[in-house]
Design a protein around this ligand. Structure first.
Ligand SMILES: Cc1cc2nc3c(=O)[nH]c(=O)nc-3n(C[C@H](O)[C@H](O)[C@H](O)COP(=O)(O)OP(=O)(O)OC[C@H]3O[C@@H](n4cnc5c(N)ncnc54)[C@H](O)[C@@H]3O)c2cc1C
Length: 391
């Protein structure tokens, strides 16, 4: 048997290996799905501990449910979220402008994260691993991740699921950067049990909205601590978009320890002056029920709204997906959906071309790029109407 035959036999016997950078939702969707279609997968996440979010709200989208279904999460037995029946728009004085039936399910970031992580398991989920850069061997068709601790991992495919400030994207497409959209999303979670009766009556059980000049707020119930979906144990989740000039952005992104953050300040780190600012603005701009939930929120947090949709998502054996590749504005409710959709399509393409990884990537990329651009346009249009009144 000659060397060529040996290497072919080897490559047929060996399962292909994927190295996934980033262990948040994008990395976990990809990791679970690639393993499901027969790949060996290792996920490398820079944070040393569990990623944590008390359960910031997310609308449960069909692609997320589809990943759960394919990787064998018992959907019937898992309460995936909290149902709402209506969409209600309030006037600034609190009267109802529109109320229409629109049933949907709201879930939380933590519920999706813990479900995906427990399905993937800890054996191949490596924490405290910070990607430094990537090297490719075009001849051998391999790709190597080099980490800041000096270690190296080689595989057949590297998936950059390392978020909006992606190291992988900066190496391969340095000119593709997120752009600030001109407004912020202040956010918060309030234990349902602490909402007074009048606020519950106005907001409880619905997907609520209210607009004012340069101001758009929405809120809904999501699972509570430990993913609890029982009435009385859930959180009310609110998101308040406010127009903010770049100087205000810089101020809001400076946390309570004086550290300047890139585009978000998590719970517990927002400077006191901004909590006070929010409470004052709530009095001026929000209908009574929303005003109340904002003012009783103990630890609001904030993120800058940014736009990104890359032109390319593959370079040789490197791909990027999730927020690394495109950041649709939250009005589209599509960030998590898009990360799930990217991963589902990647797994489908690789399964359809088991002996031709390059062919699979070539088939996968154009639709995903187009999807990212479509969502970005949709988000920009919604933002114009909701925040800048330029229909
Ligand atoms: C802790 C946390 C809480 C969140 N909570 C919410 C929420 O409540 N609601 C909501 O809508 N969205 C939330 N998001 C964002 C949401 O996960 C994304 O918008 C979307 O799901 C796409 O996820 P992603 O995995 O592509 O990107 P991200 O969620 O941004 O994940 C990127 C991951 O890559 C890791 N990483 C970055 N650089 C490196 C590197 N060099 N080496 C190794 N790892 C690296 C990061 O630590 C992070 O875990 C949250 C994200 C995080 C990390």
């Amino acid at each position: 048997m000659n060397t060529h035959t040996l290497s072919c036999a080897d490559s047929h016997a060996r399962r292909p290996r994927a190295i996934v950078i980033g262990g948040s939702l994008g990395g976990l969707f990809a990791g679970n799905m690639l393993r499901h279609v027969g790949w060996d997968v290792d996920i490398y996440e820079r944070s040393a501990g569990d990623l944590d979010s008390r359960g910031g709200g997310i609308v449960l989208q069909p692609d997320v449910v589809e990943v759960f279904r394919r990787i064998g999460v018992d959907i019937g037995a898992t309460a995936l979220g909290v149902r709402s029946a209506h969409r209600t728009v309030l006037n600034p004085d609190g009267t109802i402008r529109i109320k229409r039936r629109a049933p949907q399910t709201q879930t939380s970031w933590s519920l999706i994260y813990t479900t995906l992580k427990s399905s993937f398991g800890l054996g191949h989920y490596h924490q405290g691993k910070v990607l430094s850069h990537v090297e490719q061997d075009e001849g051998a068709r391999t790709v190597t991740a080099i980490f800041e601790d000096g270690s190296r991992e080689t595989g057949d495919l590297l998936v950059g699921a390392d978020g909006g400030n992606s190291t992988v994207r900066r190496q391969f497409w340095p000119d593709q950067l997120p752009a600030y959209a001109g407004y912020l999303a202040w956010r918060g979670l309030v234990p349902e049990a602490s909402m007074p009766e009048s606020t519950r009556e106005a907001l409880h059980g619905d997907f609520g909205f209210a607009s004012n000049t340069g101001s758009h707020i929405l809120g809904y119930l999501v699972p509570g601590e430990n993913n609890n979906v029982w009435p009385g144990h859930r959180f009310y989740n609110w998101v308040w978009y406010r127009v903010a000039a770049p100087e205000m952005l810089a101020g809001a992104m400076t946390d309570r320890e004086g550290k300047r953050r890139a585009y978000s300040v998590p719970e517990g780190m927002l400077a006191t002056v901004w909590i006070q600012h929010l409470r004052e603005e709530a009095t001026a701009l929000l209908p009574p029920a929303f005003r109340h939930v904002v003012q009783v929120t103990r630890e609001p947090f904030v993120q800058a709204i940014r736009d990104l949709a890359v032109d390319r998502m593959t370079a040789g054996r490197v791909v990027i997906l999730g927020d690394a590749a495109s950041i649709p504005r939250p009005h589209t409710a599509a960030s998590t959906l898009k990360a799930a959709a990217n991963a589902l399509a990647l797994a489908d393409a690789l399964q359809a071309h088991p002996d031709d990884i390059d062919g699979a990537l070539a088939q996968w990329e154009p639709g995903q790029v187009a999807f990212g651009k479509h969502l970005m346009r949709q988000g920009i249009e919604a933002g114009k109407v909701l925040l800048f009144h330029h229909p």
